[in-house]
Write a protein that binds this ligand. Structure first.
Ligand code: MG
Ligand code: MG
Length: 261
């Protein structure tokens, strides 16, 4: 069942969304040569504590991993797609791209967003990878309109990515979000004829999150049971926003400049 939210609930989700945006903006400013992914973790956790928010990730139980996730961030560098774990040993170096994904729960409601950040100057291919993934997310958001269907979002991502010679990850997808981190529906980044294609209605809130590989779509999970990496070792990018569908169009809850439509 897809849970639709009232405007009062969307206002609460906006507060969570803005906190997530603030954290990612702070981390974006920190990322440079010599910084570790654990340094990012420490800053993010402090900001959550100061805001009276709970981490959406730390303590999140995964049946596949058979464990709870131990950090407030997922930091996924280069060929790591998602669910990378912050580490004091992971020192960022020029040419890296690092996906930083985080979520909070504030006043009962969740916000979830991710961005991929370049460390120093990166290859032209990685520049294009980041640009195309970001554009794919924007195209998806434009399609988050009442009356459209879910696959208008999925198809917008897939089409743009494929057109540019990259591939979308299929094993991991976006999701509905609200009083739980993961709600229905699943939001694939490709048109999945075997899954449902619900009509989009006001009050639905979706975490839309294209994960785009420079090479092939295949991935596998490392022995830490969390970190998903590309099978061919080529790089991957990830951008995400929490998006509310309103009568008047999309409201990007995790983007400060997006006002209520
Ligand atoms: Mg996320
Ligand atoms: Mg998400």
């Amino acid at each position: 069942m897809i849970i639709r939210k009232s405007m009062a609930e969307l206002e609460k989700m906006r507060r969570s969304g803005l906190l997530v945006a603030q954290i990612l903006q702070e981390l974006r400013g920190m990322v440079k040569e010599g910084v570790t992914t654990y340094d990012l973790e420490v800053t993010a956790e402090k900001m959550m504590q100061d805001a009276g928010a709970k981490s959406a990730f730390k303590g999140y139980y995964s049946a596949a991993a058979g464990a709870k996730f131990p950090y407030v961030l997922c930091t996924s560098v280069n060929s790591e797609i998602i669910h990378g774990m912050p580490s004091k040993k992971r020192v960022l170096k020029p040419g890296d791209i690092v996906s930083v994904d985080t979520g909070v729960q504030l006043d009962g409601y969740f916000g979830d967003s991710a961005t991929t950040i370049a460390v120093g100057s990166i290859t032209p291919e990685d520049e294009k990878l980041l640009e195309v993934t970001q554009q794919a997310l924007e195209l998806a958001i434009e399609n988050a309109q009442p009356g459209n269907r879910l696959f208008d979002i999925s198809g917008a991502v897939e089409k743009h990515v494929v057109k540019n010679g990259f591939s979308v990850v299929r094993e991991f997808v976006g999701h509905g979000i609200g009083t739980s981190m993961h709600e229905e529906p699943q939001v694939p980044n490709y048109v999945d004829r075997n899954s449902e294609n619900p009509r989009l209605k006001p009050g639905m809130v979706l975490a839309i999150e294209p994960m785009v590989n420079a090479g092939g779509p295949d991935c596998h999970v490392l022995s830490d049971k969390w970190t998903a990496v590309t099978k061919d070792g080529r790089n991957s990018a990830h951008f995400e926003h929490t998006v509310a569908i309103t009568e008047n169009g999309p409201w990007v809850l995790t983007r400060p400049s997006s006002s209520r439509p």
